[in-house]
Design a protein around this ligand. Structure first.
Ligand code: GDP
Ligand code: MG
Length: 371
């Protein structure tokens, strides 16, 4: 087990060694300043100060992951499809656009009749793939970002031509800018009698979004989710902006990705949609995402078909997690034994510390009441 000296602990948590020795004494441990105590005991003492001691094991675990997360050689990199999020004010047509893009660009042959909602889907535009995140809304986006997941390459900002810039439009602009994600504006509902695309363009200039016709560099496409006008142009623009971003990944390595959504399915157990961001995820791979781990038992694509592997930018539903991971958790596929051992140990330790915390509260309180 991991050991730490009283001196090191004192430095680490910024408390006098004498105090620590006293606390140890109350726990029935007679220690000197150079004495090595085990991690759990050290964590227990730290918890007395409301400090959560970071397990060295965690770091090793993170190190394992970051080792696997090495930079790719540029010769191993290939183009990958862009991952697109649709944002905008409520009722401006996000869901309608997602639905119409999905239904018009997924061929019958592919769909097998049933469209699966797994939180993301891929479409084909002139032989080039685009991945759409199916969870419109700022909450999903910010929650993911807060958890460290950067999954979006391009944001489509939907603004209704009959309504113009609204509070959530501005929010979406701010989020995209903070994430440094390029924005393509879809001016929607141009079929409506009261539509005024020019007014929308005018309003957007106030937020630094100036269309190309007016000397700016923001792509703006008038569209209608109802008549489908402008949709092809919009998708072409997505591919164009993606091309400028030079989105690349290495398909020949173990997968790294993000959890898009996850749930507990009655029959199938924990199910999570994973967006593979680098490498290739394969059935049989050992995986970890947050505190969930396991082995990929089966994978289903956005058309509900079983697949054996999923490469960069491909969303798949993954079965085989030990528990339900959280949206935004980063997923790694790793070498078997190394990982399962570390995760199991980490979890065990966390549980143990939790139990000891509860127990020590009681015993120390008892002790002090006697003094
Ligand atoms: P969301 O809240 O952004 O997801 O917006 P919805 O997709 O739910 O659309 C809100 C309303 O606007 C619905 O009644 C849609 O039928 C309507 N709508 C969406 N796109 C268009 C469009 O291009 N033209 C017209 N006329 N109505 C639209
Ligand atoms: Mg909606």
């Amino acid at each position: 087990t991991e050991m730490v000296s009283v001196k090191d602990l004192s430095e680490k948590i910024g408390k006098p060694a004498a105090e620590i020795i006293k606390k140890l004494f109350l726990l029935g441990i007679l220690a000197t300043i150079n004495q090595e105590i085990d991690f759990d005991t050290a964590a227990l003492v730290a918890s007395e100060y409301d400090i959560e001691l970071e397990h060295k094991m965690d770091k090793t675990f993170e190190e394992v992951l970051s080792d696997e997360d090495h930079e790719d050689d540029s010769k191993d990199l290939e183009n990958r499809p862009p991952v697109v999020t649709i944002m905008g004010h409520v009722d401006h047509g996000k869901t309608s656009l997602l639905d119409v893009i999905r239904s018009t660009h997924v061929t019958d042959q592919e769909s097998g009749g049933i469209t699966q909602h797994i939180g993301a889907y891929m479409v084909n535009v002139h032989g080039q793939a685009i991945t759409f995140l199916d969870t419109p809304g700022h909450e999903a986006f910010t929650a993911m970002r807060a958890r460290g997941a950067q999954v979006t390459d391009i944001a489509i900002l939907v603004v209704a031509a009959d309504d113009g810039v609204m509070p959530q439009t501005i929010e979406a602009i701010n989020h995209s800018k903070a994430a440094e994600v390029p924005i393509i504006v879809a001016i929607n509902k141009i079929d409506k009698p009261g539509a005024n695309p020019e007014k929308v363009m005018q309003e957007l200039t106030e937020y630094g979004l100036v269309c190309e016709d007016w000397g700016g560099d923001t792509v703006m496409v008038p569209v209608s989710a109802h008549t489908k006008e402008g949709l092809d142009k919009l998708l072409e623009m997505v591919l164009l902006v993606a091309e400028m971003q030079e989105l690349r990944a290495n398909a020949n390595r173990m997968a790294k990705g993000s959890i898009i959504e996850a749930k507990l399915d009655k029959g199938r157990g924990p199910v999570a949609t994973v967006l593979v961001q680098n490498g290739t995820l394969k059935v049989g791979d050992t995986i970890v995402a947050g505190t969930a781990y396991g082995r990929v038992r089966a994978m289903l694509n956005d058309k509900g078909r079983r697949v054996d592997e999923a490469g960069p930018s491909v969303p798949v539903e993954v079965l085989g997690f030990s528990e339900v991971p959280e949206a935004g958790d980063v997923l790694y596929a790793v070498e078997d034994d190394k990982l399962s051992r570390q995760v199991a140990e980490e979890r065990r330790n966390k549980q143990k510390i939790q139990q000891m915390k509860v127990m020590s509260k009681v015993s120390l309180d008892e002790l002090f009441s006697q003094i």
